[in-house]
Every structure is written in C-alpha cells, then in structure tokens.
Write a protein that binds this ligand. Sequence first.
Ligand code: SF4
Length: 468
Amino acid sequence: MAKPQGGYVAKKCPARAQWDTVRPCEPLRDSPFLQRLFTRGREFESGVVAQLLELHPDALVVTQRTEQNGAEREQETLQAMQDGVPLILGGRLPADPVSRRVGEPDLLVAATGGGYRAADVKRHLCLDIDGIPACCSSLDGVAWETADTPASARKRKDDLFQLAHYQRMLEAIGMAAPGARLGAIIGTEKLVTWFDLDAVELSHEPVIDVYDSEFAWRLAIIDIANEHLADPNVELAVGPVRSAECGECPWKDWCRAILEQGSGDVSPVPYMTRKARGIHLDHGTSDRAALAGLDYSTASLVAAKVDLTPIMDALDFEPLDTPLRGVIGKRRYRQLEKLNEAGFFVLGDARKLCPRTAGYPPMGGLPGQIDQAWAVLGDAMVYRRRGVINIEVPRGDVDRCRRRERRGGGLPLGDPGHQRAGLDGIEEGYRPFRQRKGTARTRGRTGPARTGTQARTARTRAGTQRRR
Ligand code: SF4
C-alpha cells in the first residue's frame, strides 16, 4: 500500500509517481536552474514569514523540520490548533493514514467560527487581469474574515491542488473551518489571496473534486507500482507521456528512451496535448509512424470542421456522380465551400479521402502534427514548412548562435548558407564563442574570453573610472 503522500503528488505527472516508487534507474539531480528556483522560493518564504512575525507577535512558529521530528511537529501543530493560536507558521498537519496524506502548510489561519484554513507562500504572482474572482486580505489582517479587496486571480492548478490537499487534511482531523472550503496563497504581491475551492472549477468541475480524483488515481498507480516491485509480472499502470513537466523531471532520460522506442510515441510531437494524444490512441494512432501515415488533405478538411462521415458512408451506396451538396445537406454552405476549394465536387471525388483520417473529430492541429511526425521520421535534417517557398531570415550585422557552437556544427534553421553581412573591416562568418565568467552586465559581450581574475580587474577599473 502506498505510504502517505504530500499534495505535490496529485499535481505531478502520473508516471512520475510510478517511477518515484519503482526507481527504475538513478534519478537525475535537480538542474542548477531548479536549485536556484528552490533557493529563491525559500528566501521569499523566509521574508514573508519574518514580515508576518513582525505584524503578528502572537503567531506560533512550529519547530523547524529535521529528518526525524515529523511526529513531534505534528503534535505541536495539533496542540496549537486545539489551543486556538490565531496564526500558526511552518506547521505540519497530523498524517492521515486512511486517506494517506501528509502536508505542511506554510500558514494555518484561525477562522472566527472555529477551525482553521490553510495558506501557502509562493514566489509568483497571484493576481491577473482576466483571472478568476478571488478576495484578498493584507498581511496584517491575513484571515479570510478581513479579506475585503475583490480581486482577479490566476487559476494555477498546482496551487489549488495544494490548498485542496490541506483542506482535506484539516477535514480529516475535524479542524477545518465551517462553511465554504477556502484556502489562500501569498504571492509576490504580498497579499493573501483567498480561493473558494468549491467555486473555482477545473475542466468544469469544482477544483476540490478534481483534486480528489487526481490524488486517488496517483495512489492507485503507486499501489500497482508496489505490487510490481513485489511481483514483476504485475504490469505497471502508466507509461510516460511527454509534457512541459519533462524538462526538469529526474526521470526524463528514462522516459525519453521509452518514448523513442520504435518510431516513437506521438506525445513528443510539437504542440501535442494530452487530449490530442488521447484522440490519436482512440483512433489507433499509437506511434509516430501511424501518425505520419494519416492523409494531410483529409486532415485539412477535418481541421476545417468538415463532417466527412456522411460522405464516407455514402460512398458505399450512392452513385459516384452525386453532387456533394446532396450528400452533406443543402444548408452546410461553409462545409461545401471548403470541399469545393479542396477540389471535391461529386461523391466520386471523395474516393481520394483517407477513411482512417476522415474518422477523426475536428482537430485544428491535425495536419501540422502529421507533417511534424513525417519530418521526424524522414531522412533529411531540415524540412521546409508547407507553403513556404523562399526562406528569408532577417539578420543583424552581428549575432551569435550559441546553440550552434554547443553542438559543434549545423546551421540555424532556415539559414541557406552563411550569407551574412559583416561589419566594416570584419570578415563575414561564424566565430567561436566561449562562455566567460563575469557579472551579468559583462556576460554576453563580444570580445576575447578572459579569466576570472582578468574580468575582476577589468570590473574594478571600470568602477574606478565611473567614480572619477
Ligand atoms: S519525464 Fe515526463 S513523462 Fe517521464 S515521469 Fe517525468 S514528467 Fe512524466
């Protein structure tokens, strides 16, 4: 059985929950970029906590986390809630062994009618112009009862799932505030933005319900992964699906190898959404070869929302010289227009259509996906996009292509052959670029690479000259 999980598991890729359990290889370390994000996040959180402590001297800060003190911190947090401390910082909610949840909300805010509401500190903006309705309180008020500023907030699934997770944990110990299920995020605006977890919707469902089903699904995946560990004959529940999350995932190399097997999964095709991948699987298109085998012309009609089903059905029993107008219905002017533009006038013309492609529902990106799959599987390095005759890449007098340098060759896409203007006295062409140390101000300037000492000396001189 899966051990209790934090709120993060519901918002992560399902395959990640599985690999975290199975650990099929050594996970990659966090990239420097991710480490920097974490560090800055922690710094921001410490700043907000310090500010809150100044404004709320009666707030309780729960003992800092160590590897072993989870149970004591849970007890300390529970005791503080039972004592009615108005603001608890850095607490740890008692683990819920039944629903298998653990959670550490940054803030627990006492409600007027009893109980608590959870809030988290996040180093990102919470408010947006075209967001969802929310209400804000200031840092010196914090509580929902003091929230009197109507706002428009960003609908961030990750944040909402985190709050839903804490809400369920508070409910499990009978410490949730009565009434609406509310949780808050303190973003970089330094405002406490409150969200109603029953009112905010994701995919037309209240966010709390979506969180419940996502969390339950991850637990089921982890359970099956544990069964697989005990008995390798048990098949794992999910496979990898390429998404934006893969870039910083510790299992990306492992997943890439799986996704590239055979002609490759369709998910790495650019702009392929999970929903689109699901449609492809429903239509038997399980890899890139099958995707590349779809017909572009038929896909263009599908993408233009032409319903090809009556035409494909009529092919079996109507005379081939029947005008398409009589097949698709007289009122479908726009569809008829699209068919005529594509060269389809009578039923017999429709024999050129691909039945498999014609069976797809309207998918705007389908023709592009076919071309992308085709290009990946083809032999050439670069393909010209359909409809592009001449490639003109506007150039500056001096530019750098660091990617080209890193790869040690190859032209940037669309560069037909090094035809670049040079500055007076400077020979045309590419020159090696070397990353050099220095300040953000000095980094990226052209010129010979310098050692760290040389760069420091140069900076000191520049500073001295400026002061003069
Ligand atoms: S690499 Fe991508 S598919 Fe694989 S576990 Fe990570 S996020 Fe999921």
